[in-house]
Design a protein around this ligand. Structure first.
Ligand code: NCD
Length: 305
């Protein structure tokens, strides 16, 4: 049961919650209009840039008949005057939103907001830590493709150290049996040890450096952007940003016939020549995010739908 809960980590989802959300997302895909959230207010507070996450949440709430109040960008708020994150959340909470959606550069910031806010908090990305609603989006994309969430083999490729989508997706996949992940990264950008600890014994994995080292047939290749904003040394970013480029030729050499996923934005790692490829799913994946977020809002607010 997700009613009234904060959504901070993909580790918090039970398999039953996930399956229920996927079913509800399917219903919203078929009928993307509802009045279930009529009279409810969601406030979005993004302290880091976002296109998809903020707008898909906004579209989701609007499609449910609810209202959205957005904090707005830094330059038009008191953040520009030095107001703390905590004070901003406390103040917003006083206006009585039914739900918070928060993105912030600091790991643990969503959890900190949840301590302050009376309304449930959904983590829309806390620094390099987690992005649980992207994980739901990714699972939904896999389930639409394969009809199941177990027995899947994925390659997660690129910046595994700083990308929060791969940690959350790993946690979500670890909730279902017989999944396996190849973590493909340069040595400098390997998956964080705490994530490997959290999945250990529940999700099989192998860490490799080259795509050629992936030996088992893949269901999906999950590309990531090298996270420029997390690098203190930009020359290192420049060296690493094109470490993996998934051209149609590279895709053809991967074992199996994997679908291509990416949380977006893509920079150098997926060329436009792949966009119309029959295995590409990244734009559908972004669209899926809206249906999944409609489902999540309904369950967290305990609405009838
Ligand atoms: C991702 C993010 O913000 O973590 N984007 C998203 O939410 N779809 C991935 C990224 O920025 O690379």
């Amino acid at each position: 049961m997700l009613k009234g809960r904060d959504i901070l980590s993909a580790l918090d989802f039970e398999p039953d919650d996930i399956v229920d959300l996927m079913g509800l997302a399917d219903r919203f895909r078929a009928e993307p209009r509802s009045s279930a959230a009529s009279g409810r207010i969601m406030t979005t507070a993004f302290f880091e840039p976002s296109t998809r996450t903020r707008l898909s949440f906004t579209f989701a709430m609007t499609r449910l008949g609810g209202d959205v109040v957005d904090l707005g960008p830094e330059e038009v708020t008191s953040r520009a005057k030095g107001e703390t994150f905590e004070d901003t959340i406390r103040m917003l909470d006083g206006y009585g939103p039914d739900l918070f959606v928060i993105r912030h550069g600091q790991p643990g910031s969503a959890a900190a907001a949840a301590e302050i806010a009376a309304a449930p908090v959904i983590n829309a990305g806390d620094g390099t830590n987690e992005h649980p609603t992207q994980a739901l989006t990714d699972l939904y994309t896999l389930r639409r493709e394969y009809g199941r969430l177990d027995g899947l083999t994925l390659a997660m490729v690129g910046d595994l150290k700083y990308s929060r989508t791969t940690s959350s997706l790993s946690y979500a996949l670890s909730k279902f049996p017989n999944n396996k992940v190849y973590y493909v990264s340069p040595p400098q950008l390997r998956m964080r040890p705490e994530v490997l600890d959290n999945i250990s014994g529940r999700l099989r994995y192998e860490e490799v450096e080259r795509l050629e080292d992936v030996k088992e047939p893949l269901h999906a290749v999950y590309m990531t952007r090298v996270q420029r904003e997390r690098f203190s040394d930009l020359s290192e970013y420049e060296r690493l940003k094109s470490y993996y480029v998934l051209t149609p030729e590279v895709l053809l050499r991967l074992p199996g016939r994997p679908i291509v996923m990416h949380p977006l934005p893509r920079i150098a790692e997926i060329p436009e020549s792949l966009d119309s490829h029959p295995q590409s799913r990244y734009f559908q994946q972004a669209q899926n995010g809206m249906y999944v977020r409609m489902a999540l809002i309904v369950r967290v607010l305990g609405l009838n739908a």
